[in-house]
Design a protein around this ligand. Structure first.
Ligand code: X8A
Ligand code: MN
Ligand code: MN
Ligand code: MN
Length: 259
């Protein structure tokens, strides 16, 4: 039995653990993000797990409906609630955001009454994938979602991947971009202090390059920096992970390794 902050029952509903707390928190996040973006701020959301992207992206899209999303992650976070093998909401956020998946979202989810999908499958691109569940693979395939897995990053190189990603989501180069950066998109050597690390990820240098390239479009509006868990790993790993997160956030504001 789980309880929410008010001490009322908050159990697993339609296979979403603590549905009410997650839904209500994201409702608040969406309001704050919409306000911040509407005041023309560059917005940095610090997670917490990746379920906060439900609120950050819906909030951002309220201010900029023509939003495009770059999702850096070892995982697709695309499990519709009933297909999730864990019931952990951090593996589901993208399924709540895509209009084409709305039929898979249970109608009775407490706390999520406000959450309406705000993206089409063509408005998102993945970079760094290397650990997908069966339902996620099937949905990426069925809806032709553009995904550069670590295989493509190795094959094409990070420059070709980020150029292709930008060309795809913003052919005119003018669309507002939301970067949802899961620190576990990086290799555990650069980011071990996270809940679901997966070997063979992006080097910090590659993560910085992708972020700098998005910033160079002049339309990067917001970054989620999520899944950083400084309670995990050795103190050396914790420092390294926090340093990586700061480098990525810094890269949103332009080139780091200036000549
Ligand atoms: C791959 N899907 C997972 C992980 C989601 C990670 C979320 B993120 O925000 O960190 O990216 C894992 C599901 N596996 C758990 C172990 C047994 C096999 C399934 C899930 O729980 O949905
Ligand atoms: Mn996670
Ligand atoms: Mn994630
Ligand atoms: Mn992840």
């Amino acid at each position: 039995m789980h309880f929410d902050v008010n001490g009322t029952k908050d159990d697993r509903v339609s296979n979403v653990k603590r549905a009410k707390s997650v839904g209500k928190a994201n409702e608040q996040i969406a309001k704050v993000v919409e306000q911040s973006i509407s005041q023309n701020h560059f917005c940095v959301a610090l997670g917490g797990d990746h379920s906060i992207a439900i609120g950050t992206i819906i909030g951002h899209a309220r201010a900029h409906p023509n939003l495009a999303v770059v999702w850096i992650d070892a995982h697709a976070d695309l499990n519709p609630p009933l297909a999730s093998p864990s019931g952990n909401s951090h593996g589901m956020p993208v399924s709540f955001l895509l209009r084409e998946l709305v039929e898979y979202i249970p109608k009775d989810l407490p706390g999520f009454e406000w959450a309406k999908p705000c993206l089409g499958v063509k408005d998102i691109v993945y970079i760094g994938l290397r650990d997908l569940d069966e339902a996620e693979k099937a949905l990426i395939e069925k809806h032709n979602i553009l995904a550069f897995t670590m295989r493509e990053v190795t094959e094409l190189g990070v420059d070709a991947v980020v150029r292709a990603a930008i060309k795809y989501i913003s052919p005119s180069g003018t669309r507002p971009i939301h970067l949802s950066f899961d620190i576990d998109g990086l290799d555990p050597t650069d980011a071990a202090s996270t809940g679901t690390p997966v070997p063979g990820g992006l080097l910090l240098r590659e993560g910085v390059y992708i972020t700098e390239s998005l910033a160079a479009t002049g339309h990067l509006q917001m970054i989620d920096m999520v899944e950083v868990n400084p309670t995990l790993g050795s103190s050396k790993e914790q420092v390294r992970t926090l340093q990586s997160a700061c480098e990525i956030i810094g890269a949103c504001f332009g080139k780091r390794n200036r000549k």
